[in-house]
Design a protein around this ligand. Structure first.
Ligand SMILES: [Zn+2]
Length: 234
């Protein structure tokens, strides 16, 4: 078999291998991106849920402080009423002390109520932000849909079949060598670039580099065992 024909077949085989490697890299990248985006979106949703829960807790705290405040104010009004016209000095002093204590308590409850209200508002704002972040991540780049995924998988199968067909066109020993390399998960064909095998970046003997570049002779890399051929001329 004319080595130039063998080389032509190997060049084509190398192209299909390159396309298949690119395709697989793209499939891996897409699925990684989809996974990363989904995780990020879930994190934002968790944040939103947490903020929502602390917002609800703060709102409950606020309502409790408000009820306590009203109770204390009612009690204070009652004590003040009892003070009117009270002549017993000991009782008067006792009630006055109770009134001071109630006034302090009311002040504390007012501060606590305002703090809870501010916490509820900031938690609500946080929850809104996290929800909109989750939506933004979901909308950002379209997730690779099932149809596109299937299309890539089909294309990979087609390329595999094409590689098998081309392998079958090679002389038996070259075909077996291609199969052995590919079974190891390696590419069987590497391009020559300025006397170097681009499969393993080993420098080849000068005459091999030239023969491979000109397509004159079937060359195998001494270092990685791949067939080394010129890139497609077309
Ligand atoms: Zn090599």
């Amino acid at each position: 078999m004319d080595p130039r024909i063998v080389i032509d077949v190997l060049v084509e085989l190398g192209q299909r291998e390159e396309e298949l490697a690119d395709l697989r890299a793209r499939i891996a990248r897409d699925s990684r991106q989809t996974r990363d985006r989904r995780e990020l979106s879930h994190e934002y949703e968790d944040d939103a849920r947490e903020a929502n829960e602390s917002g609800q807790q703060a709102a409950r705290d606020f309502r409790q402080h408000d009820r306590d405040l009203h109770a204390a104010e009612t009690l204070l009004a009652d004590k003040r009423d009892r003070l009117v016209g009270l002549s017993d000095r000991r009782q008067h002093r006792a009630i006055t002390e109770e009134i001071s204590a109630l006034e302090r308590r009311i002040e504390q409850l007012e501060v606590a109520g305002l703090t809870a209200l501010a916490a509820a508002e900031s938690s609500d704002a946080e929850a809104d932000q996290a929800r909109s972040d989750a939506r933004r991540v979901d909308d950002e780049a379209p997730v690779v849909d099932a149809a596109a995924k299937q299309q890539s998988a089909d294309l990979a199968v087609e390329l595999e079949q094409e590689i098998s067909r081309l392998t079958g066109m090679l002389p038996p020993d070259a075909g077996r060598h291609v199969q052995r390399l590919r079974q190891r998960g390696d590419r069987a064909v590497a391009w020559v670039n300025e006397g170097t095998c681009t499969g393993c970046f080993a420098q080849m003997p000068a005459q091999h580099g030239i023969a491979a570049a000109k397509g004159r002779q079937l060359v195998r890399c001494a270092s990685c065992a791949r067939f080394v051929v010129h890139r497609p001329w077309r």
